[in-house]
Design a protein around this ligand. Structure first.
Ligand code: ATP
Ligand code: DGY
Length: 507
């Protein structure tokens, strides 16, 4: 790929060349949160091979190491952990998504696969991110392993997004089907991941610190790849190694809010009413070390570094992008317009109205870590190509029956927004991609657009409004310019939400 390492950015002008660079930046973000490098950064063995260092803590190894894991990125994490610690590993059990081994083999990603004689037993389950019988079998095997440990043992727990569905262990008499149904209903009614996981914790034996308690008195080291904004330990995969702080009142409030309280199965009511009188109270986790080993901000930091190597002035705007994709797209459209005017103050009039709307929208979106002022100041000083980065997980209100994902839908909306405003002599590119490589139920990670999207689409007789109304962004991008605006990465083996890139390149 000569373009990727080709001439400096200042001499690159064509859209495809910019797209190549955007793709390179996206790849560098994903590369920073690959399981192998992340584990190697976190774990190290002393020269005798008998002491395991995890950040600033040390643990004695004497063939006493066990491993469990659950989540979409856990196969590669387990492979990397076994590579490093094989001589001490007694036994392991992981629960990973259905078909992931075949997909990784197919993609030639050997580093994501366990060796043929691995001591780690693999369960695949939770198709469509819903708990199922296979995931239940995995959870019971993990629970048995944890319960059999002694004070001399060390349990390494590998956790990533998707872990909740891959570790279902409902508290009797709640059944798997009841839990599945409740999870589905809450998700369909728009419950946030915090709300969803509060309910999951209340109904589970292993979530909310339950796994850590099952492993007691063994020492527990939990290595966590975050797929939740703000990296809250108790929310990611429903915090199986984190003391739980939710109350029954919280659960009832959530169930009420989504109109589910009246129709609750008797079993769920029974478990919730018992929780209030639990004599042991919340789990304690003094024997646990929880470590976040990767997150969206780590991925963005690497993309920012890489952008600067390529000659861009680069800034991270936010790692907490959330809210409806249409509003997030409007935000990026306005930002592009205002930033473009800052880059060419002599040519463009200052877009005061847009600036006011941009700040209003930023306040409404409530992005806790947004660096808008700082970014605009940096752009004003830049006098050259600029790359603004953000991450998070906007939401799509599904109305149509088309095929798409939130990244492709966001990119399509941003393309429309970019077409609304004069941007002056500046090439603008926006890219949105899911770091797991799979945007919704499609085979691509996302898409990229430039400010000529609307005119190009109409030249190709493609109707953007209809595609958007039907949530059909994937079909749109498959046709648009022969599919060249789709971001094909294949499954990446990691998962730290989405990455957004806004490039402004003076012509
Ligand atoms: N046709 C569609 N158009 C746009 N978005 C869609 C469409 N179908 C599904 N989605 C969105 O895809 C998302 C689910 O896909 P995906 O599995 O990538 O996300 P996820 O559940 O957040 O998992 P992860 O955190 O691993 O990315 C939901 O947010 C859903 O609204
Ligand atoms: O598994 C889960 O609960 C979600 O992916 C959030 O971590």
């Amino acid at each position: 790929r000569p373009l990727l390492w080709g001439p400096p950015v200042a001499r690159m002008t064509s859209g495809m060349a910019l797209a190549e660079q955007a793709r390179q930046l996206f790849d560098s973000a994903v590369g920073a949160v690959q399981p192998g490098p992340m584990l190697q950064r976190t774990l190290s063995l002393d020269p005798s091979g008998r002491q395991l260092k995890v950040r600033d803590r040390t643990f004695q190894l004497r063939e006493n190491l066990y491993l469990v894991g659950f989540g979409k990125a856990v196969l590669g994490m387990a492979a990397a952990a076994e590579e490093l610690l094989a001589q001490h590993l007694v036994q392991g059990v992981i629960s990973v998504p259905k078909g992931i081994r075949a997909a990784m083999e197919h993609a030639g990603k050997k580093e994501m696969l366990l060796k043929p004689h691995s001591r780690v037993q693999v369960f695949e389950g939770a198709e469509d991110n819903l708990p199922d019988r296979d995931a239940l079998r995995a959870a019971l095997t993990i629970q048995q392993l944890a319960e059999g440990l002694t004070a001399d043992d060390l349990l390494l727990v590998l956790i990533s997004g998707g872990g909740s569905a891959l570790l279902p262990a409902p508290i009797p008499p709640v059944t798997l089907e009841e839990k599945q149904m409740l999870t589905k209903l809450l998700a369909a009614r728009g419950a946030t991941i915090q709300e969803l996981n509060t309910i999951r914790k209340a109904l589970s034996q292993l979530k909310g610190g339950g796994l850590a308690q099952a492993a007691y008195p063994a020492q527990v080291i939990s290595l966590i790849l975050s797929d939740v904004i703000g990296d809250p330990l108790e929310v990611i995969a429903s915090g199986p190694t984190v003391a739980s702080a939710h109350s029954v009142q919280d659960c009832l409030h959530i169930l009420n809010h989504y109109g589910l309280r009246a129709a609750l199965p008797r079993s769920v009511k029974t478990v919730l009413s018992r929780a209030d009188s639990d004599p042991h109270g919340p789990h304690t986790c003094g024997h646990v070390l929880n470590v976040i080993i990767g997150s969206n901000s780590l991925a963005l930091a690497e993309a920012q570094r890489q952008a600067e190597v390529l000659g861009y002035h680069s800034m991270v705007l936010s790692t907490a992008m959330q809210g409806d994709v249409k509003r997030v797209a409007r935000f990026y459209g306005l930002l592009a317009r205002v930033a473009a005017a800052h880059l060419t103050p002599s040519l463009a009039e200052r877009p005061l109205e847009e600036e006011v709307e941009l700040h209003q929208l930023a306040a409404e979106l409530q992005l806790p870590d947004l660096q808008l002022e700082e970014a605009l100041e940096a752009v004003a000083k830049a006098k050259g190509p600029v790359c603004l980065l953000a991450g998070g997980e906007p939401t799509v209100q599904l109305q149509g029956s088309g095929k798409g994902g939130r990244n492709q839908e966001l990119a399509l909306h941003v393309g429309v927004e970019l077409g609304r405003q004069p941007l002056g002599p500046i090439d603008v590119l926006f890219l949105s991609g899911g770091t797991d490589g799979q945007d919704g139920p499609t085979k691509v990670a996302g898409a990229w657009v430039m400010s000529d999207l609307v005119s190009q689409a109409s030249a190709e007789s493609l109707d953007i409004a209809t595609s958007l109304a039907n949530n059909d962004s994937y079909t749109f991008f498959c046709h648009f310019r022969g599919g060249t605006h789709l971001l094909h990465t294949g499954l990446t083996g990691t998962n730290v939400m989405d990455v957004h890139l806004l490039i402004l390149h003076p012509q």
